[in-house]
Ligand binder design. Structure first.
Ligand code: HEC
Length: 120
C-alpha cells in the first residue's frame, strides 16, 4: 500500500467519523430539547383561552402548569384530546398556539426548574 493511498484512506475515515459525530449531536439535541414555541405567547394564550374554564372553582376544574409533570404534559399534548378525550384540543386554538401553550406549561410543570401557577 503506498503512502498516498493510506493518507487518502485516513482522511476518508476521519471525514466519516466527523459526519457521524455531527449527526449524533443533531439527534441528541432533537431528543432532549423542548419543542420550539414561545413561552411568553403561550402564557398569554393560556390566560385568554383556557383559564376561564380552568381557574379554581371554574367548570373545567383548576388546571395550571403544576397540575402535571413535564412528561405528563408532553403526553397530553401528543394525544391532544381534551375534557376526558371528548374533543380535540384544537377546538380551542390552532396547532401553532397550542405549541406555545405546551411550552409554557412544560416550562413551569410540577417537576420543572421553575414551577409557577398561572395566577401570577
Ligand atoms: C369551555 C371551557 C373550557 C375551555 C375553554 C378549556 N377547557 Fe380544559 N376542560 C374543560 C372541561 C369541562 C374539562 C373536563 C373536566 C373534568 O373531566 O372534570 C377539562 C379538562 C381539562 C384538563 C384535564 C384533563 C382532560 O383533558 O380531561 C386539562 C389538562 C385541560 N382541560 C386543559 C385545557 C387547556 C390547555 C385549555 C386551553 C387550550 C383548556 N383546557 C380550555 C373545559 C374547558
Amino acid at each position: 500500500m503506498t503512502y498516498r493511498y493510506r493518507a487518502l484512506r485516513f482522511s476518508i475515515a476521519a471525514a466519516a467519523a466527523l459526519t457521524g459525530i455531527a449527526l449524533l449531536t443533531v439527534l441528541a439535541s432533537a431528543g432532549t430539547n423542548s419543542p420550539k414555541g414561545s413561552e411568553t405567547k403561550g402564557r398569554a394564550y393560556y390566560r385568554q383561552m383556557c383559564k376561564d374554564c380552568h381557574a379554581k372553582g371554574a367548570k373545567g376544574g383548576e388546571v395550571s402548569p403544576l397540575t402535571k409533570t413535564q412528561a405528563q404534559w408532553r403526553t397530553y399534548f401528543q394525544k391532544a384530546k381534551h375534557a376526558g378525550g371528548a374533543e380535540p384540543l384544537t377546538k380551542y386554538m390552532d396547532d401553532a398556539k397550542l405549541l406555545d401553550v405546551q411550552v409554557f406549561l412544560i416550562n413551569h410543570a410540577a417537576d420543572s426548574p421553575q414551577p409557577e401557577t398561572c395566577g401570577k
